[in-house]
Design a binder for this molecule. Structure first.
Ligand code: APR
Length: 227
């Protein structure tokens, strides 16, 4: 059985990384137009780099929770495509491999001048030079901002349309194109399941509500027991 999974911030919430649209969410504390758009970066690059330096430090200190670890076990036993909107590396720390990061990664840098991408786990400073073209003042996190095209979409959509089961975990289903994945699954006659703190309102065949650290391991153990 091929399982295509989409995760969002809710899967990392219990690792202390918070979410975007819940009470006290990131977008209630910061104006996303200022820190998560190309226009915001053009206006004040240092402010944007500081925002992601803070998020990268939080992500470096975070540890995977039972949901990340359960998905790591599932991937070891099943044909699984793990597509995430998250820019942390907790799925990898939890044992998942081949994770499809459609919104990029906090731990990669991108040169806005030449497009070079390189691993980067420390703070970023606007005075950093691109290791490929040497330009200074164009370093940014390799993260997809609002108004930009998500990465690996062909691979993600193909995996969902070819799956036997599509599972959405910890996402509000409000940001496209990921929010449309459940409809792609339904059109391809793929069974759909949502595991979320509370139902997001998307059209799923089945919804199991609860914290990811509880509902995800329970669902994975159920699947592995059938294998
Ligand atoms: N367990 C499971 N689900 C949870 C938990 C938890 N402990 N805590 C919160 N949730 C759920 C919420 O109910 C909500 O449906 O996680 C979801 C979080 O929704 P958002 O904050 O909108 O995060 P997400 O869906 O990942 O946002 C999508 O928006 O801002 C952009 O690029 C950013 O990737 C992000 C995208």
């Amino acid at each position: 059985m091929h399982i295509a999974i989409l995760t969002g911030a809710g899967v990392s919430a219990e690792s202390g990384l918070g979410t975007f649209r819940d009470r006290d969410g990131l977008w209630t504390q910061f104006d996303l137009a200022e820190v998560a758009t190309p226009e915001g970066y053009a206006r004040d690059p240092a402010k944007v780099l500081d925002f992601y330096n803070m998020r990268r430090a939080n992500a470096r200190d975070a540890t995977p929770n039972a949901a990340h670890e359960a998905l790591g076990r599932l991937g070891a036993a099943h044909d699984m495509s793990l597509i995430t909107q998250n820019i942390d590396d907790l799925h990898e720390q939890g044992g998942a491999t081949g994770v499809i990061h459609i919104h990029g990664s906090l731990f990669e840098a991108l040169c806005a001048a030449c497009g070079h991408v390189w691993p980067h786990r420390g703070d970023m400073d606007i005075g950093d030079a691109c290791p490929a073209c040497g330009t200074v003042g164009t370093v940014r996190p390799n993260i997809v901002w609002f108004g930009e095209i998500p990465y690996h979409m062909d691979e993600a959509v193909a995996a969902i349309a070819a799956a036997d089961l599509f599972v959405s975990i910890g996402t509000s289903g409000t940001v496209y194109p990921a929010a449309g994945f459940v409809e792609i699954a339904r059109e391809a006659r793929v069974r759909t399941l949502e595991l979320n703190l509370e139902a997001s309102g998307g059209r799923f065949d089945e919804v199991r509500e609860g914290p990811a650290s509880e509902v995800v391991p329970a669902w994975v153990e159920e699947l592995l027991a059938k294998a």
